[in-house]
Design a binder for this molecule. Structure first.
Ligand code: ADP
Length: 545
């Protein structure tokens, strides 16, 4: 009605040009904008940087009343609002950084129809003042940013998001609701629709594949990782890169190592002063320093399009986290490389962190257990990425619920090979290690779950070492059972069994190998166990990427 004779479609394109200066929509955007203008609810699932904001900002510009944008990060609101005002879209926020008087001014502006967009954190919706305001102000659209925060199955659960559904139901006239996220496994998607109360939403999932990124998975013992990184940096002296590490200490140590070797690098982590962080960020963005060695604190709101590589020195907690961090490479569309360095002990460390993690103190123990379980599942997705022999692009997009067919797959794909991941450019040997796994299991039984992995391996290999004498290993049925199997192989199988749940490494002063939840399976007659060995084709992979 308010668009006059123009079709909604034409008006949307006009607004895209007028406010943002873009000539065309990116994949997915048009459909979402059209649906919202048509009064429908929408669930938009797009990776970070794909352009979700435009999807609600254009309808906000074209619709008569105010659009409420619910966003979890107060710290980003000011930037978003400033940017919109610069573009000629009147916007404001109400949040806890303002005095009540300042808030009153914003409410008055919105009520007088002077604002197109009003940004708030979900907690705000629960205040009486906001409810009063919402009851008497025409709201044309509600946009929920980072909508996955409503789900306990995602990684950023925020209990305040659970109030959004009630808020919407309580409005005198229900406007269309657009929910946006970069994270949406099937389960999270169902939660968003259910808990926000979306009505027959138009669901759009787009753009998760990034064909210009080369995905590379390298299994490497921790002690070799720093040298691997240094080699890579040395071989790519003119390129910008980000190296993500799990701990602050590692970022500093690795940055120091690189600098000692003559490769300029800065560390970046949350424990540094804000001045030091800003300086590091500035040096990286302006190309004064090509490499930043960072924790996951680095990246939010950092806009550098020519990052040529992102190396993960440790295993991230989820595919979501990995994709977001690795995805900071190649924003300009040029070939870039995302390498994940991992090993079995990374997985053990991650699992331990996750079980001891009680971030959200306000949760009930039951809720904590739900979150913990969901985090375990997220980690399983990440471990699956390390272990898969499938195309890594396909693994990733499938994880996000978007199946890519070979024709969508990056580059020229004969035989389903994408040409842009280390799996498609490697050959694999799967080795049947069923008997090795069974011997390990029996040996853990023989020693009554009392020793660490080193001793298990020694016993199986028939070692005469003195430190075993107290166990009387010669009396054990498994003594020397694997004397013909290479020691590294036995270790590999044991580690993999621990991460797969057949064994459990009990931490303590001396880690002890115990039976895991799936231990009994190893005794079943149909038990079958494999490990994967990668044979890289050659160094030719680095020629294109
Ligand atoms: P997201 O919220 O999905 O992470 P943003 O909305 O911040 O992504 O958009 C990322 C960048 O892409 C922004 O700089 C935005 O201006 C730009 N962008 C969005 N839509 C388009 C488009 N249709 N054409 C060109 N650039 C776009």
């Amino acid at each position: 009605v308010w668009l006059g004779s123009m079709t909604a479609h034409e008006a949307a394109l006009g607004a895209l040009k007028q406010y943002f200066g873009y000539d065309s929509f990116r994949p997915g955007q048009q459909g979402i904008v059209d649906a919202l203008l048509d009064g429908r609810d929408v669930l938009g699932v797009m990776p970070t940087g794909a352009g979700k904001s435009v999807c609600y900002q254009i309808p906000a510009a074209l619709m008569p009343g105010v659009t409420i944008v619910i966003s979890p990060l107060i710290s980003l609101m000011r930037d978003q609002v400033d940017a919109l005002n610069d573009l000629g879209l009147p916007a404001a926020f109400v949040n806890t950084t303002q005095t009540p008087d300042e808030q009153a001014v914003v409410f008055a502006q919105a009520a007088a129809g002077q604002l197109k967009l009003l940004y708030v954190a979900p907690e705000r919706l629960e205040t009486g003042r906001f409810r009063d305001f919402a009851a008497r102000t025409p709201i044309s659209l509600i946009a929920v940013d980072e909508a996955h925060c409503v789900s306990q199955w995602g990684q950023d659960f925020r209990s305040s998001y659970l109030g959004i559904g009630d808020f919407i139901v309580g409005l005198p006239k229900r406007p269309p609701v657009g929910a946006f996220t970069a994270t949406a496994t099937e389960r999270v998607r169902r939660d968003i629709v259910g808990l926000l109360g979306l009505r027959n939403p138009a669901v759009t999932v787009t753009g998760f594949d990034r064909p210009n990124l080369y995905f590379d998975v390298v299994k490497l013992e921790t002690k070799y990782k720093a040298a691997w990184v240094a080699n890579y940096v040395a071989a790519h002296p003119d390129e910008s890169g980000i190296i993500y590490c799990a701990t602050r200490k590692t970022t500093e140590a690795l940055a120091a190592t690189l600098n000692q070797m003559g490769h300029a690098a800065v560390a970046y982590h949350g424990g540094m002063s804000s001045d030091a962080r800003e300086a590091a960020q500035h040096d990286f963005i302006t190309d004064k320093v090509p490499v930043v060695v960072a924790t996951n604190a680095f990246g939010m709101g950092i806009d550098k399009s020519d990052v040529r590589y992102v190396i993960h020195h440790n295993l991230p907690e989820s595919i979501e986290a990995y994709y977001q961090e690795a995805g900071r490479a190649g924003r300009d569309g040029e070939p870039s490389r995302c390498t994940l360095l991992w090993n079995e002990s990374d997985i053990v460390t991650r699992r331990r962190l996750l079980d001891s993690d009680y971030e959200n103190e306000r949760m009930t123990p039951e809720d904590q257990e739900i979150v913990r379980q969901s985090k375990r599942r997220l980690l399983d997705g990440m471990v699956g990425y390390c272990r898969t022999a499938d195309c890594l692009h396909r693994y990733m997009t499938r994880y996000f619920g978007q199946e890519i067919t070979p024709t969508d797959a990056p580059s020229d794909t004969h035989e389903d090979k994408c040409g842009a991941c280390s799996n498609c450019e490697s050959t694999f040997e799967t080795i049947d290690v069923t008997s090795v796994a069974q011997a390990i299991s029996r040996c853990v039984h023989d020693v009554n779950q009392r020793v660490g992995s080193g001793k298990i391996v020694k016993i199986l290999r028939g070692s005469k070492a003195q430190d075993l004498a107290w166990l009387n290993p010669e009396q054990m049925p498994t003594f020397g059972m694997l004397k013909d199997v290479n020691e590294a192989r036995v270790r590999d199988v044991l580690s993999q069994m621990a991460t797969d749940g057949y064994l459990f490494i009990a931490e303590g002063r001396m880690p002890i190998v115990m039976f895991g939840a799936r231990a009994a399976e190893t005794a079943a007659s149909d038990f079958h166990y494999e490990i994967k060995r990668v044979e890289r084709k050659s160094a030719s992979v680095s020629s294109r990427h």
